[in-house]
Design a protein. Structure first.
Length: 336
């Protein structure tokens, strides 16, 4: 790209206003949903919890050239990004860096379990709650507002017709049922989905207000269908514990995140402990890298745990090495 949309700093440029303008999508990834939804809420507290404070100048990227290349390609092509790597290497944090840098609002987080289905990502309909509410009011259930009992899921909310794309994190897809990757293909290709319960009443009630995955937010669904206007920025994380169908892989751009090096770990520590770093931080980072290599890889948050112990005032640096560090830096893989 002649102008990189994502610059890898994790921090918005001061002159972006409401955020940078996205380049036009390929013709086959053009969607026409509407009317346009209001901008999503911000979540500065969650961004700070996940990323810490800004650690580099807006002109200095902290991402690798490979990350810049693939993220920008995914943004231009409007395709999901399948991010692989060992646990604890910062795969999930990528979604929050993109959202904060491009000013795309609150990240929609869909943590995957073995019980996750496409429908659970799209919406939840509480039919029992609706009947119970109708009985309590002694009114027929058909007369009680159906939208009160319908909540869009993270994927369903991401596909609402926003003027700028939402960021959706589909976290740890390795845990999913065997059918979920293929079931996602229709949403990835079409950028839309029906809500069956609303289709049935569309003639009598063409516009129904429902809850979304954003706390306290609602959206009006028209004629029982949801279609995006800008395809969401989808980051899918995988710990490489399973293989995925070729059709699913074909629709994603794949990026592997390697273990962070000493400079990246130092930047991470500075982001979370800015102004109260320990004089032993550099030594801790070097020891952490050495043990990570010896033990087959440690998670970055294990380093943060150690730094917090020595900066909290509750433990001295010497006490950390008196057996406590073996619990904090437990190996993540079985010994060979």
């Amino acid at each position: 790209m002649s102008r990189q949309l994502y610059q890898g700093t994790g921090w918005p440029l001061p002159d972006q206003g409401q955020g940078p303008t996205f380049p036009a999508p390929p013709p086959w990834r053009l969607f026409t949903g509407g009317p346009v939804e209001p901008p999503p809420p911000e979540d500065d507290a969650e961004n700070h919890r996940r990323l810490g404070s800004v650690t580099v100048s807006p002109q200095q990227p902290s991402a690798s050239s490979r990350e810049l290349e693939l993220v920008n390609a995914a943004l231009l092509l409007r395709r999901p990004l399948l991010v692989t790597g060992r646990p604890g290497t910062g795969k999930s944090a990528l979604a929050y860096r993109i959202a904060r840098e491009l000013k795309l609002g609150r990240v929609l987080h869909w943590p995957i379990t073995s019980r996750s289905t496409l429908n659970s990502g799209l919406y939840d309909y509480d039919a029992i709650g609706r009947v119970e509410a109708a009985n309590a009011r002694q009114t027929p259930s058909g007369e009680h507002e159906i939208g009160d009992f319908l909540t869009l899921g993270p994927l369903g909310t991401a596909l609402l017709p926003y003027d700028r794309p939402r960021v959706l994190l589909i976290d740890e897809i390795d845990k999913c049922d065997i059918d979920l990757p293929n079931d996602l293909l229709s949403a990835f290709e079409d950028g839309k989905y029906p809500i069956r319960e609303l289709l049935r009443v569309a003639k009598a009630a063409p516009e129904i207000e429902v809850h979304t995955a954003d706390p306290g937010r609602t959206a009006v669904i028209r004629n029982g269908m949801v279609q995006c206007r800008e395809f969401p920025v989808i980051v899918i994380t995988s710990n490489e514990e399973r293989e995925f169908p070729p059709a699913f892989l074909r629709r994603c751009l794949r990026m592997r995140i390697e273990d962070p090096d000493v400079a990246q770990l130092a930047a991470m520590v500075h982001a979370h402990f800015r102004g109260k770093e320990s004089p032993h931080s550099t030594e801790l980072i070097e020891q952490f890298v050495a043990r990570s290599r010896r033990d087959g890889g440690l998670a970055a948050d294990q380093l943060l745990n150690a730094v917090h112990l020595v900066t909290s005032g509750e433990y001295s640096y010497d006490e950390l090495w008196d057996g406590l560090i073996d619990s904090v830096w437990q190996r993540l893989t079985e010994a060979e």
